[in-house]
Design a protein around this ligand. Structure first.
Ligand SMILES: NC(=O)c1ccc[n+]([C@@H]2O[C@H](COP(=O)([O-])OP(=O)(O)OC[C@H]3O[C@@H](n4cnc5c(N)ncnc54)[C@H](OP(=O)(O)O)[C@@H]3O)[C@@H](O)[C@H]2O)c1
Length: 349
């Protein structure tokens, strides 16, 4: 028996999660919901995905001749789990309705941590979240940081983490966000919230973050500084990074890739759907150790990095997989995710 999943919100995150659900052997996509009768609604219908809409929007869809399968309530009545991918902060207003329909809930990082029983990151706390009623998949930046930190915590005790996040201004589809010509302190008062978000998953860590937003839509870049309790070995760190799922290590001298533009172009060359990169990309030459300290650069494809974690979160709440290794195996195989050195893996296509 497959678990029945509804996706409420069919934007940047929702459409990717819906597509990923369609590829899972143990899940069935009941339908997706959105509020505007636009190109994305037409795509869902053309793919045969049942489209559900808020009650008060039904006539708007009918007027445009877009076939809808029913209301959001109709969708919830058929589902075991809802993935909420509404704009940040809107998911919490749906919680009561989700509870009324008795569906398990997966929220996104734009919601406050209090929306769900636990914040979630597969490599860090999959086993602790088994059977939860609700989980919150942390944001794209936090997911990238947690993949790195939970990999390194297996090697050494981490004493402190200091990160500067260089954030993309907007997603490629967005027309109203910025900055267009500035480096914006995001926020001016430090630290930024990202460190606190990391602590919603691994509470016992000393972390401070700062962020600026820059005029690009492709990816975020993090400059990470970590201090361990003992002398760190670069070889040991590279070995861990190249063998951990969902991390690709990009070697600049071999690939010529030294920017998000080139990484993005390399992804487009592979023909991956939407040129997505759900893996965290770590730039190998930047990985530098000195005594107990480590510095590196990493890149986060904000639109897709949380897709695999959403699939794993569904398995956690429904106990479809007992361990993180098991869910990672299924998710990564079905989504074609890579690990290892970029040039050895023959690209990431
Ligand atoms: N974008 C990222 O980089 C990113 C990365 C990680 C996490 N997140 C988090 O993921 C969540 C979703 O973000 P997003 O970027 O995917 O947002 P988005 O692209 O704006 O998509 C939001 C979706 O929700 C739909 N929606 C709005 N009101 C609705 C309603 N009343 N009923 C049904 N559907 C409704 C919108 O439909 P219409 O277009 O029809 O209004 C749209 O399909 C947020 O919490 C965000 O913080 C985003």
């Amino acid at each position: 028996m497959k678990v029945k999943i509804a996706v409420n919100g069919y934007g940047t995150i929702g459409k990717r999660v819906a597509d990923a659900i369609l590829k899972q052997p143990d899940m069935e996509l009941i339908g997706v919901a959105k509020a505007k009768p636009d190109y994305a609604a037409l795509r869902a219908v053309s793919l045969g995905i049942p489209l559900y809409v808020p009650k008060d929007k039904l006539s708007m869809f009918q007027e445009k001749g877009i076939t809808v399968a029913g209301t959001i309530e109709d969708m919830l009545s058929k589902a075991d789990v809802v993935v909420d991918a509404l704009p940040g902060g809107k998911g919490v207003s749906m919680k009561q309705l989700y509870d009324e329909y008795g569906v398990k809930q997966i929220y996104q990082g734009g919601e406050k941590a209090s929306v769900a029983e636990r914040s979630f990151s597969t490599l860090c706390n999959y086993e602790e979240t088994l059977g939860a009623n609700s989980l919150r998949v942390v944001s794209c930046n936090t997911t990238g940081l947690l993949r790195l930190l939970c990999t390194l915590r297996r090697l050494y005790t981490i004493e402190s983490v200091r990160v500067t996040l260089i954030r993309r201004a907007a997603d490629p589809k967005e027309v109203k966000k910025g900055p267009v010509n500035a480096i914006k302190l995001n926020p001016p008062k430090l630290p930024s919230h990202h460190g606190e978000d990391v602590k919603t998953v691994i509470g016992d860590i000393d972390i401070m973050t700062a962020a600026v937003a820059v005029p690009t839509t492709l990816m975020h870049v993090h400059q990470v500084n970590i201090r361990f309790s003992e002398r760190a070995s670069r070889d040991k760190i590279i070995d861990a990074l190249t063998t951990t799922p969902r991390i690709i290590v990009v070697n600049t001298s071999l690939t010529g890739i030294q920017s998000t533009a080139e990484l993005s172009e390399a992804l487009r060359d592979t023909g991956r759907p939407r040129s997505d990169m759900p893996e965290l990309a770590i730039f190998e030459e930047s990985v530098t150790t000195q005594g107990k300290e480590l510095m590196l650069f990493q890149a986060v494809h904000q639109e897709s990095i949380v897709t695999p974690e959403n699939i794993d979160a569904i398995r956690a709440v429904t106990r479809l997989a007992a361990t993180s290794d098991e869910t990672i195996r299924i998710t990564d195989e079905t989504l074609g995710l890579k690990k290892g050195l970029y040039f050895i893996a023959g690209g990431v296509g």
